[in-house]
Design a protein around this ligand. Structure first.
Ligand code: BGC
Ligand code: NOJ
Length: 811
């Protein structure tokens, strides 16, 4: 069952039934000021850091789901309703929510009145702008009482939920003209406040929550709104809110727009005050003035749209598959940008107070957005590398506000360092900017410790080389990519986190075939980079380690039908036919086949066939099989999950693309395409009721074949799945790969595809690439021409900038 449809021309998903099986959300803002918004107006805002600068309050995991947001209440004399159906839940005559690129509009119709709320964060603006359009479609005069609503959060989202003995006494507001200012703690250590304005004289307001709702009422029945009369309450402590009251009279056919601005301001110490206890509102007023007319708001929205046009025009594809095109051209790229902005911090599954930016996560995210905003990718790479240690190890996470490594989780995840090579080489291949390698980058953000970024790549590579186990394979440390395969943990205390508990690595034999494959893939990237920049000796040195790793994998990492997953603490095999449960895993088979290990000997084909036979199911490829049915203390968190969920045999969408890419190494485009389609949200839109989460973005996990409810997805939006699927489809299936020397064209497609066309902006030139496949091939370029001239091989050499080139490819 579907709850809406795609509108590709407008790059929107249109939800027509507000009762989606889970709140279907969107993100506003892409630089400093951010909001999350659901299809019924739920959600919250923050400045840069969802934990330390939470502007409006949100209650996760509440009853009912998704309570609290940016609401408009309308009392039309006959009913009280909201354009987004919630929170009033008054039955609407019609409802439509359009989620677009960084904007959302929600329209409700009731008793002949249309109310459309548009929400977006204008570019370079520390505020969310809301335009409420009211239209009278009847032949009578309508008088509408409009109440806006937001609830202020007391800045630190964690203490906001904890420390009520203090919180209930700190709240302070100011009300001036039509603006409500939230200035809790501004008097002492904070240099920031928030505000909420409307561009009409308000006829009343409320800032005290209890007064607005009445003590025993919920969001669905605020007493003031039901009575149609604000109380002009001023909050002193307790829970400050902001609600403007505006009366609107509409003649038949008439419409009216109200503009609301929800903003954030920082003032320097000596500019904090206008007079004693009266805050300096200059910056707030300036922002409000930028959006005080509908024309200004519409211009700002148009600017935002053209910003997205530019971003999305770097890579566009036209195939015979509409569902594929809309993912590659719109939604998958959009999701990649969102994961760039938020890493794993704030979604409807991540509360914004848990994790910072992940070292491995942020590097992987890069391959999804580097072509759109290379300058910001550059900055990100330096930030990430600055949290590394001199031995190549690195903090597993860092905080976006301080950019410092997170001590609580610390280091010891031994796959982390290698991802820096992926992130950096992806950036250089895209941009051609080798100067980044000479950039001085500190260790652990310690001033004075700077070495070149290239040196960081060397210590990353050597971190694996210097941490090999008895089988010549990489020691896994606390965990590799799979955070939940905790081979050195032995935890039997329910009060400790598997992620931070003691890591008993002393004397451990725990080695990872996932890191082994990863090392071969990105080690080769490192070697290639060394060669390109003339560090030949280093290339030779590194290549020897890679050759040794390939041999170690063949010797100690092959189980007969597939690649082993690991050795445990005691040196026992993990992911072997010898095991009772967890005989085969996806990660090692993904990485070792991507690395092409044993391709000639048939190991790649055999491993992939085993994956097909044992891990594939209707909804995608599960992580391991058979699922663990009991707790294995020597494996850790993975076996804590019920079968079929998360890392215990869930369909982890993040690593399905590893198998897709593995299949392209073997040249089996049909298989790669089949796997791609299975987990691609636009292809599963029809089963939205089962799938539950948004059909326009990937979820981290779909419940696997062993689960109670296979096919049910969780944890949408902030997942490495976005970047990896984008990377797999664009670079390995469509096969348009940026390289140091130019664009390589290496498609690996389903034989029934007759061809496809890609427009790719690359290093200042535009390439119109037409791939033809008249003979039903799956892989292999027979000929390639640029503006009619034949090219040897399959790399389009770098062409002069500023021009458009026609590329014809025959498979
Ligand atoms: C989750 C992982 C996650 C880790 C770190 C675990 O509980 O299962 O998916 O990566 O926590 O937050
Ligand atoms: C989510 C984490 O963010 C990511 O770093 C990890 O690789 C996966 N979970 C798998 O455990």
């Amino acid at each position: 069952m579907k709850y809406g449809h795609f509108d590709d021309n407008r790059r929107e998903y249109v939800i027509t039934n507000p009762r989606t099986p889970w709140p279907w959300i969107n993100y506003l803002g892409n630089e400093d000021f951010f909001s999350l918004i659901s299809n019924t107006g739920g959600g919250y805002s923050f400045y840069k850091d969802a934990k330390f600068r939470r502007i409006t309050r949100y209650r996760y995991n509440n009853v009912p789901m998704d309570s609290g947001g940016k609401y408009f209440y309308i009392n039309d004399g006959a009913s009280v309703w909201s354009p987004g159906w919630k929170p009033c839940k008054t039955e609407l005559d019609s409802y439509e929510c359009r989620h677009g690129m960084n904007y959302t509009s929600i329209k409700g119709v009731k008793n002949g009145v249309e109310a459309e709320a548009l929400y977006f964060v204008p570019l370079k603006t520390w505020a969310e702008v809301q335009k409420l359009t009211l239209r009278n479609t009847t032949n009578e005069v309508k008088t509408l009482k409009i109440f806006s609503f937001v609830e202020w959060c007391l800045w630190n989202a964690a203490t906001d939920m904890e420390n009520f003995q203090r919180n209930f006494s700190t709240g302070e507001v100011e009300i001036e003209d039509s603006v409500i200012y939230h200035k809790t703690e501004y008097k002492e250590r904070r240099d920031h406040f928030a505000y909420y304005s409307v561009n009409e004289p308000m006829q009343g307001f409320d800032t005290d929550r209890e007064t607005f709702f009445g003590l025993y009422n919920g969001f669905d029945e605020p007493q003031t709104v039901l009575e149609g009369a604000p109380r002009n309450s001023e909050a002193h402590g307790w829970s400050p809110i902001a609600s403007h009251y505006v009366e609107v009279t509409l003649q038949p056919g008439e419409s009216k727009d109200l503009v609301y601005v929800l903003g954030y301001v920082e003032n320097a110490q000596d500019e904090k005050w206008e007079s004693k206890n009266i805050i300096n509102k200059t910056k707030a007023k300036a922002t409000i003035a930028r959006f005080d007319t509908v024309e200004k708001v519409d211009d700002a929205l148009a600017e935002l749209k053209s910003y997205w046009d530019n971003l999305l025009n770097v890579f566009t594809v036209k195939t015979s598959e509409e569902k594929l095109d809309r993912m590659v051209n719109i939604w998958n790229q959009y999701q990649c940008m969102i994961t760039f902005c938020f890493s794993r911090s704030a979604s409807f599954f991540e509360s914004g107070i848990g994790r910072g930016m992940g070292f491995r996560d942020s590097n992987q995210d890069l391959v999804g957005f580097v072509h759109q905003i290379p300058e910001r990718a550059r900055e990100r790479i330096i930030d990430i590398a600055s949290t590394q240690f001199p031995d190549g190890g690195c903090y597993h996470q860092y905080q976006p506000l301080t950019k410092k490594g997170n001590n609580e989780i610390g280091q010891g995840f031994n796959d982390d360092p290698m991802w820096l090579i992926l992130g950096t080489t992806a950036y250089i291949k895209e941009s051609g900017d080798f100067t980044i390698l000479d950039e001085p980058v500190p260790f652990d953000n310690e001033a004075g410790s700077e070495v070149s970024l290239f040196h960081h790549l060397t210590v990353s590579f050597d971190h694996v080389v210097n941490n090999l186990g008895p089988h010549g394979l990489p020691l896994s440390g606390r965990a590799d990519w799979n955070d939940c395969l905790n081979l050195n943990c032995f935890s039997n205390d329910p009060n400790e986190s598997f992620q931070t508990t003691e890591n008993k690595s002393e004397g451990s034999q725990a080695q990872s075939l996932m890191i082994a494959g990863l090392f071969v893939v990105y080690g080769r990237d490192y070697v290639e980079l060394c060669e390109v920049i003339g560090k030949t000796d280093e290339a030779v040195r590194a290549q020897k380690h890679i050759d040794a790793m390939v041999e170690a994998i063949k010797l100690n990492g092959w189980d007969g039908e597939w690649f082993l997953r690991a050795y445990d603490y005691f040196g026992n095999k993990v992911g072997s036919n010898e095991n009772e449960e967890g005989k085969i895993f996806i990660e090692s088979n993904g990485w070792c086949t991507m690395a092409g290990i044993g391709l000639e000997e048939g190991m790649v084909a055999k491993a992939l066939d085993s994956v097909k036979e044992r891990l594939d199911c209707e909804h995608g490829i599960v992580l391991n099989n058979p699922a663990f049915t009991k707790y294995y203390i020597e494996y850790g968190e993975i076996s804590s999950y019920p079968p079929g969920y998360k890392e215990n045999a869930g369909i982890f969408c993040h690593n399905n693309p590893w198998i897709m890419i593995g299949e392209t190494v073997q040249g089996r485009g049909d298989r790669a395409w089949e796997y791609f389609r299975k987990i691609c949200p636009s292809y599963t839109e029809e089963i939205s009721d089962l799938h539950k989460v948004e059909p326009y973005v990937y979820a981290q996990m779909i419940a696997g074949k062993d689960a109670f409810k296979p096919g049910e997805a969780k944890n949408s939006w902030l997942t490495g799945t976005a970047a990896w699927n984008y990377y797999a489809i664009t670079q390995y299936i469509l096969g348009i790969q940026p390289t140091y020397k130019g664009l390589r064209i290496e498609p690996c497609i389903a034989p029934e595809w007759k061809g496809f066309a890609v427009t790719r902006k690359f290093r200042g030139a535009t390439y119109l690439i037409e791939v033809k496949n008249p003979n039903g091939a799956m892989k292999g370029v027979a000929s390639l021409t640029v503006d009619g001239k034949a090219i040897e091989g399959n790399i389009i050499p770098l062409m002069p900038e500023g021009r458009t080139y026609k590329v014809e490819v025959l498979m």
